[in-house]
Write a protein that binds this ligand. Structure first.
Ligand SMILES: *Cc1c(COP(=O)(O)O)cnc(C)c1O
Length: 401
């Protein structure tokens, strides 16, 4: 009964019908923004990654190098192809994988290197390329934390063989859920196109649930209402009224049913609009990032030393504290939005790490970071007053690690 109602409503809110024109419009907008590469939209970021891996013909016996400080949705697609993720630890200032450590892990089986621009800090793609190019190993940029960040004027997402982006609600811009691949090699682009053509668009029920998720996001998600929105969201998820970002199967290492999906029209429409206002979004994030960088040292915190040639507004500002649990527990009461990326090397905590080939102590720098790092918000709904409140919270409740 509920099912049929949802399906009918979904059909009204998100008409099925012709998907191709809105999808093309979104993809072209993204290509225009980056000025290079061919873009392909998907239901989620992880599906964009999965499509790229399949297009690279990666499978059993192959290895893919990945950062040991990420969410489980990154090694997931690697495992679903039958390949093995090889984890590289991060460095402690920018939470990115050092080029030398990546080079050390390359083997004759390495078929791709995934680099992640964690929080928006740029991974050393150029340095890794000097080794990878000699061996013909493609580099995939995980741009789920950045859209518009630059190094030496070059846009992140244009430095490797291909990149992927997420439109999930707490990523650089939101299409509810969403994913985008940007491919810089023509043969590979043709193969990703063939993958995309195989993936069905989500059904009306999924589309309706997505629409209700967007509604919750639009209505509730201000820093002072995050706790309430999260509670409402969990309740709706339990009642089957929204699609959560991840199914419980994804915390294990099996590929869930209906995993590889194309984009819903509503995602493409929103995506196109969001690409159009990326500059304003970036300016907002840049302002928040600069304020944290300027003001946290006055409270006794060390902040990352950002090199001159980086123009990298952050998705979330990472801060190391000695009392992470306490800080997270008290945030809602103080009306501040404090994030916790990541809580373990393969976020979230429910993950069976072994099933994803991660063994304890493999990445000690990452493990230490997960015990200390909280995130301060930078998104477009964060006002200067919210930043003041967040800084007061850090001063009054948190202690430097
Ligand atoms: C969110 C995220 C992903 C996956 O994106 P989805 O759209 O949720 O599939 C991948 N990598 C990183 C670093 C992320 O934060």
């Amino acid at each position: 009964m509920l099912d049929r109602l949802l399906t009918a409503l979904g059909g009204m809110i998100v008409p099925g019908g012709e998907n191709a024109p809105v999808r093309e419009a979104y993809q072209q907008a993204a290509e225009g923004f980056f000025g290079s590469g061919t873009a392909f939209a998907f239901w989620k970021g992880r599906i964009a990654l999965y499509a790229i891996l399949k297009a690279l013909d990666i499978g059993p016996g192959d290895e893919v190098i990945v950062p040991g400080y990420t969410c489980v949705m990154v090694p997931g697609p690697v495992i679903y192809t039958g390949a093995t993720p090889i984890y590289v630890d991060i460095e402690p200032e920018f939470y990115i994988t050092p080029a030398a450590d990546v080079a050390d892990r390359i083997s004759p089986r390495t078929k791709a290197i995934l680099v992640q621009h964690t929080y928006g800090f740029p991974a050393p793609v150029r340095e890794i390329r000097t080794v990878a190019d000699q061996r013909g190993i493609p580099i995939l940029e995980d741009c789920c934390h950045t859209f518009g960040g630059r190094v030496n004027g070059e846009l992140l997402g244009t430095l490797g063989t291909a990149a992927f982006f997420s439109g999930q609600w707490n990523k650089p811009y939101s299409t509810g859920l969403g994913g985008l691949a940007l491919v810089h090699d023509q043969d590979l682009a043709a193969r990703v196109r063939a993958e995309q053509a195989k993936y069905p668009v989500p059904g009306r029920k999924a589309a309706f649930m997505l629409a209700s998720q967007l509604l919750v996001y639009e209505v509730c998600l201000y820093p002072s209402t995050t706790a309430l929105a999260t509670r409402l969201f969990r309740w709706m998820t339990k009642k089957g009224l929204v699609v959560g970002s991840s199914s419980s199967a994804e915390f294990e290492s099996s590929m869930p049913a209906n995993y590889a999906l194309g984009p819903a029209p509503v995602q493409c429409r929103l995506g196109r609009r969001e690409v159009g206002r990326a500059a304003a979004n970036l300016a907002k994030r840049s302002h928040a990032t600069q304020r944290y960088l300027a003001e946290l040292p006055k409270l006794g915190y060390r902040v990352p030393r950002i090199p001159e040639h980086w123009d990298t507004p952050l998705l979330r500002f990472p801060l190391r504290v000695a009392n992470k649990e306490q800080a997270l527990a008290q945030a809602a009461r103080h009306g501040v939005e404090i994030g916790s990326w990541f809580e373990c090397p393969l976020h979230p905590i429910e993950t069976d790490h072994k099933a994803f080939c991660y063994l304890e102590r493999m990445c000690p720098v990452s493990e230490k970071a997960t015990a200390e790092v909280i995130n301060l918000p930078t998104h477009r709904r964060v006002s200067d007053r919210d930043i003041d409140k967040t800084l007061a919270f850090v001063r009054d409740v948190c202690r430097p690690a």
